[in-house]
Design a protein around this ligand. Structure first.
Ligand code: D5M
Ligand code: FE
Ligand code: ZN
Length: 571
């Protein structure tokens, strides 16, 4: 019998161009003649149907003219193998699962994972969850960017690089709202560079205003020497003096002002964690000649320590992955297959969401010499191949995707969502497609999804105690503290000139999800759960040269009811 496992049924359906709901697969598997059930389900599927629903399969089975050998899903055939029985009663784990390969599976603690480390920040507390049994109750997903009035569909200008807009649709049992796309209306003119920084200052200074009694830089210039003063500004320069103190120049909308941080201050080390263009507040005393502020306290926008994350009110889980790199010679198709197969097992029944934080495909011309490692050289063919892999993911899992630096959208951040052409290619799974970054609210839990290009910069610029490739979540914590996903302008991370700064974290997320550095890392920072997904690509030539050992094939799974994290590996 060639169709004895749900994984095989999924594969057979994918070969025929179909994606399927898990219950549809189970129904087919439960038939005494699954081959016939599958063929009939496919034959009777309407032409425009891409996702085979349980309802449609049930109908096909009920309307089978022979009816011979069919069993109802409620009454599994007595002689069935474990793999063919229903998820509720089936202890069997499909051959694609990681159960005997992953150090985490079977109840191992998440922090035993090689290549992943838990942040040692003040309030970490990751645990593992192995709860089972979905109740299938109402769900709600919102994909949105904070601070955004999404345009109506079709309202974007012709030169706009964004494709989508707010959309609402009703999927069986779920209420989904997507308002994720940015309408890129930047013209690339100087005025947009000015306005994106003005907006950054406006949004971040608002977060600091309650903590200091600040004055504009030009007012401070006029104040009498020796007076107390406070200033909020974007960091325009950081220098160390001959005697080892720090001279930090802050800029607001009225001018710049130099601030001196003495090396013996307890917050002097924080200067090492500063990046150009981030927003900070200082309080201190003006020097005798008035031309410099001696800093007594330094404040970052930060996440309040009292932040209490929201949780789902039913048992439901989300898998957070990134960096699939389909089309690369190093793409790990087998690992992906095992992951997709696992999603069809009873163990994964509660996984209702799959978030993919960028780099769906390997892309073309991303790095010099990259073409030598391409398995698929045409970018559209890469997305076609990725779409085939998406079909292996259960059709009843909600997928949310944002682009990364390898994807076919503009490189400058914020990156708009995939355009219509790419959406069409990837339409089989009907994923939610949004900008980089985006905030996705699942069952009341907000997830800030950001691909993570700025992590390279944070890791390069900050001292090792603050961020390394082995601890990408430390770099993420720095971004949370700065309340900005890509603070530094003019470096590696390209920031688009726009009327608004969409990269500011105006709202505190419950979960912060990034990728890009191809390392697994997780931890908590002021109760925000941080997850840097690994990747589905083995070490590339470049990574070999710079000795970057990627963590591959991990799928962090978050229980949205408890925010417990389980790490699974599928290599
Ligand atoms: O990048 C994956 C990681 O590897 C990320 O930390 C950047 C780094 N990387 C990979 N290739 C290069 C080249 N050629 N130059 C600089 N940095 C590189 P990803 O963009 O996700 O492939
Ligand atoms: Fe990547
Ligand atoms: Zn990347």
């Amino acid at each position: 019998m060639p169709l004895e496992t749900p994984a095989r049924i999924v594969r057979a359906l994918t070969d025929r161009g179909y994606n399927a709901e898990r219950e549809a697969v189970t129904l087919i598997a439960n038939q005494s003649d699954p081959v016939r059930a599958l063929e009939r389900a496919v034959e009777s599927a309407p032409d425009d149907v891409l996702v085979l629903s349980a309802e449609q399969v049930r109908e096909t089975i009920e309307n089978d003219p022979t009816g011979a050998g069919y069993t109802t899903p409620q009454e599994p055939a007595a002689e069935k193998t474990p793999a063919e029985s229903s998820p509720d009663t089936n202890p069997h784990v499909s051959s694609g699962t990681d159960s005997d390969q992953s150090p985490q599976s079977g109840g191992g603690a998440a922090d035993e994972t090689e290549g992943s480390r838990e942040a040692d920040s003040d309030d970490s507390g990751l645990t593992e969850s192995t709860a089972t049994g979905a109740d299938g109750s109402q769900t709600a997903t919102t994909v949105k960017r904070p601070d955004e009035t999404p345009p109506e569909r079709g309202q974007q200008s012709a030169q706009s690089e964004t494709a989508g807009a707010a959309s609402e649709r009703s999927v069986e049992g779920r209420d989904i709202t997507v308002s994720g796309d940015i309408a890129s209306i930047g013209t690339g003119k100087y005025s947009d560079f000015v306005s994106v920084f003005q907006d950054r200052y406006e949004k971040l200074s608002r977060q600091l205003r309650g903590r200091v009694n600040h004055r504009p830089a030009d007012t401070i210039e006029q104040m009498s020497p020796g007076s107390d003063a406070a200033l909020i500004g974007l960091v325009s320069d950081i220098r160390s003096t001959a005697s080892g103190h720090w001279l930090v120049e802050l800029e607001d909308t009225t001018g710049t002002f130099p601030c001196l941080i003495m090396k013996d201050r307890e917050f002097a080390d924080d200067v090492r964690n500063m990046l150009h263009d981030e927003c900070v507040a200082v309080e201190g005393t003006l020097a005798d000649d008035g031309g410099i502020l001696f800093v007594d306290s330094l404040h970052f926008p930060d996440i309040p320590r009292t932040h209490s994350p929201s949780t789902a009110d039913r048992p439901v889980k989300a898998a957070l992955i990134s960096d699939v790199h389909c089309g690369s010679e190093e793409f790990l198709g087998d690992a992906w297959q095992r992951f997709a197969d696992w999603l069809h097992t009873p163990e994964a029944a509660e996984v209702e969401y799959l978030l993919i934080a960028g780099d769906m495909v390997e892309g073309i011309g991303v790095y010099p010499g990259q073409d030598e490692e391409l398995d698929i050289v045409d970018i559209y063919d890469q997305y076609e191949a990725f779409s085939e892999h998406l079909k292996e993911v259960p059709g009843d899992i909600e997928i949310v995707m944002i682009p990364g630096n390898h994807d076919a959208v503009r490189l400058a951040e914020p990156q708009p969502a995939f355009d219509e052409e790419l959406r069409d290619i990837m339409s089989a799974h009907d994923a939610q497609i949004s900008a980089n970054p985006s905030t996705v609210t699942i069952e009341g839990v907000s997830v800030l999804m950001y691909h993570g290009v700025s992590l390279d910069e944070v890791i390069a610029e900050l001292p090792d105690e603050s961020a390394t490739y082995d601890r990408p979540h430390d770099a993420m914590a720095q971004l949370l503290r700065k309340r900005h996903v890509a603070p530094q302008y003019g470096g590696q991370t390209r920031v688009a000139p726009e009327p608004e700064d969409h990269l500011v974290m105006e709202e505190v997320p419950d979960i912060f999800h990034t990728g890009h550095v191809h390392k697994l890392g997780y931890g908590k920072y002021h109760n925000v759960l941080m997850v840097n997904s690994s990747c589905w690509q083995s070490q590339t030539d470049f990574q070999k040269k710079v000795n970057l050992q990627p963590d591959v094939g991990y799928a962090p799974i978050i229980d949205l009811q408890t925010l417990d994290l389980t790490i699974r590996q599928f290599v």
